[in-house]
Unconditional design. Structure first.
Length: 628
């Protein structure tokens, strides 16, 4: 009998199917109106140094295309007057539009602009000589004049300072730009929602956690009316920057039900939860809720935080704990963190449910060579090369077959690899990344090129019981055969389950070609998921660090060391101290820190957030994957 071994590699990715709507993110160009015309900027976000006594001159009328009698009018004819717009969330601003008060023949002819990210530290737009820039404005009171900036600025607050005017300093404005961090987070299919308790309703027609989305016409309702440890939790799918919160009351009842006060906590692992508080606060911040069931109440966070899980904790309510809510922030567009992956290049990062989970295989029982009844044998992570746990170690690189998990049919007819997800869950599909010979492959790996011909089929099963080697058709998720050409032509296989399957254990079964029964094949499995990142040793100077910082994170005020008041050092000898900063990056390097939380030492395995100042590099631990 000729024995020929076949080896191949697979990446196994797992993701959950949520039975809800899909919302596509719209690519936003940075040249759109930011909300003065549409009303997205609320009246309370518009303030001024003073206002003329005429009701038509209130600062809320400083919107483009208001009726001809309306505009903001300063009380005094002075160049010390100003009109301020709070955008709520930091925006990239590329220009402004201005208009006068038409029926009164009042308009501004020149103005200056100042801006800020926190309303405390202000700076003026300057010209190429570093002088405060004077913008020319309108020549009449009804037409619209546009001014584009030489370079976009990033700011949350912007002030218009009238310098010269006709008749009276009266102004209507719009701001042009984009707000990357004002998008809904945690929407299906990438996110999900859960709650501490749920009010029982007939056939679950209402009051369920998924009814708590802001766009729902129903609402989440807690089971207990008077208990104070209730919460509504948003799983954002991937750690993201949260910048604002929106709440509403319950919408599908004749009774008035809404939350009037609540707190917010957040986490990256559901084990360590931190309540949101600002630098000046000792106690967690209490957010004001709603006054009716239909109006939206939005809160812009002075200090955005970085997390995957966000909980809203009602502490006061009207009639019953019922609410709808939304989390806004920056969708994660950079490389996925360890334990996450993208189904395709345009999809958002989703959780790899197999990441670093326990694995087993049935192909090492030498007492049952090819009898198909070889029992399962647990294998240690470090026992040998080809260990099954290498399939879920979460690091993706071009590797040789010897560094990957392997199964073969030397002792069993159909080798099976299994991963324990730790809990029962809905499985929508499995992503497999197969190993193929490449130019860098060595001689020992090239020998397995011919072995691929012996492999005929992959079957993916989902079951609620461990240590299986025979499966029911009802447990079949999907399969790929040699006739699909995917086994040979594609290094990335996507098994979409014919229907959602509920289970804890996922099995990958390999089968040989029917006319090659006596030939051996080997499947090389690996699940190496990782993000491209820099390490501490990759930072020779500040300029090189700025080159790799995603623009979405620039000029964002982060939550700082009050949460993990820590100092950290790397193996390269650099010492970093938690502090504030405007530019951030992440590092993929193990580090140990001493925190002020229960005097705990955390080992940061990868991806800590770093803030960069003008003369030093400092670290703010706000999102992490750690072990104690």
């Amino acid at each position: 009998m000729i024995k020929v071994r076949t080896r191949l590699k697979m990446i196994l990715y797992f993701f959950i199917l949520w039975n809800s709507i899909h919302v596509d993110a719209v690519t936003q160009l940075c040249n759109g109106p930011l909300g003065m015309i549409s009303g997205e900027i609320r009246d309370w976000q518009i303030t001024a140094s003073s206002t003329f006594w005429d009701p038509d001159c209130h600062e809320k009328n400083a919107r483009l295309y208001q009726s001809a009698d309306r505009a903001w009018c300063a009380r005094h004819k002075s160049d010390s007057e100003w009109l301020q717009i709070d955008l709520g969330i930091a925006a990239k601003i590329s220009g402004v539009l201005t208009q006068g008060r038409a029926n009164k023949n009042e308009h501004v002819t020149s103005f200056m602009i100042s801006y800020s990210t926190d309303a405390y530290r202000w700076q003026y737009l300057v010209d190429q000589y570093g002088n405060q820039k004077m913008f020319s404005a309108n020549i009449d009171s009804y037409s619209i004049h546009n001014n584009y900036f030489d370079e976009p600025i990033v700011a949350r607050f912007i002030k218009f300072h009238p310098i010269k005017w006709h008749v009276h300093p009266s102004l209507r404005v719009e701001i042009i730009g984009c707000q990357e961090c004002k998008q809904y987070l945690g929407l299906p299919p990438y996110g999900r929602i859960s709650a501490s308790t749920t009010w029982p309703s007939r056939q679950r027609a209402t009051c369920q956690p998924e009814d708590g989305y802001i766009m729902s016409n129903k609402g989440w309702c807690s089971k207990r009316r008077y208990k104070y440890d209730q919460w509504l939790e948003f799983d954002l799918g991937h750690p993201s920057t949260v910048t604002s919160l929106i709440t509403k009351g319950r919408g599908d009842t004749s009774q008035d039900q809404w939350v009037t006060k609540y707190k917010v906590s957040f986490s990256n692992d559901t084990r360590l939860w931190l309540y949101y508080k600002e630098k000046s606060q000792i106690e967690p911040r209490v957010f004001a809720g709603n006054n009716d069931r239909d109006s939206e109440r939005i809160h812009f966070l002075n200090e955005p935080f970085f997390a995957r899980y966000v909980r809203l904790h009602p502490i006061e309510w009207h009639n019953h704990v019922s609410m709808r809510a939304a989390i806004l922030g920056c969708p994660h567009k950079a490389a996925c963190f360890p334990g996450y992956f993208r189904v395709n290049s345009e999809a958002q990062c989703v959780e790899n449910m197999a990441y670093k989970k326990q694995t087993w295989t049935n192909d090492r029982n030498r007492h049952h060579q090819k009898n198909g009844v070889g029992g399962f044998k647990f294998r240690s992570i470090r026992e040998t090369n080809g260990d099954p746990s290498l399939a879920v170690d979460g690091f993706e690189e071009t590797l040789e077959w010897s560094k990957c998990a392997t199964i073969d049919n030397y002792f069993v007819k159909k080798p099976v690899w299994m991963v324990d997800l730790g809990r029962r869950t809905n499985i929508a599909g499995v992503m497999l990344k197969t190993w193929h010979e490449n130019k860098e492959s060595n001689v020992s790996s090239s020998m397995y090129r011919d072995y691929l011909a012996n492999l005929d089929r992959y079957n993916v099963y989902v079951d609620q019981y461990p240590r299986r080697y025979r499966f029911k058709n009802t447990n079949l998720c999907s399969y790929v055969t040699r006739t699909d050409q995917a086994l040979i032509s594609s290094s990335r296989l996507h098994f979409q389950c014919q229907r959602p399957l509920h289970g804890r254990f996922v099995y990958i079964e390999a089968d040989g070609a029917s006319n090659h029964w006596n030939k051996l094949f080997t499947a090389v499995l690996f699940c190496k998921l990782g993000a491209t990142a820099i390490t501490f040793d990759d930072i020779p100077n500040l300029n090189s660090l700025q080159d790799v910082i995603p623009s979405v994170y620039n000029n964002i005020s982060w939550m700082n060391a009050q949460y993990l008041n820590a100092t950290a050092s790397s193996s390269a000898g650099y010492t970093y101290v938690c502090s504030s900063g405007q530019m951030v990056c992440w590092f993929n390097v193990p580090m140990t820190i001493q925190t002020s939380i229960a005097n705990t030492t955390l080992t940061i395995n990868s991806f800590v957030i770093a803030a960069v100042s003008s003369n030093s590099i400092t670290v703010t631990i706000v999102g992490y994957f750690a072990s104690t």
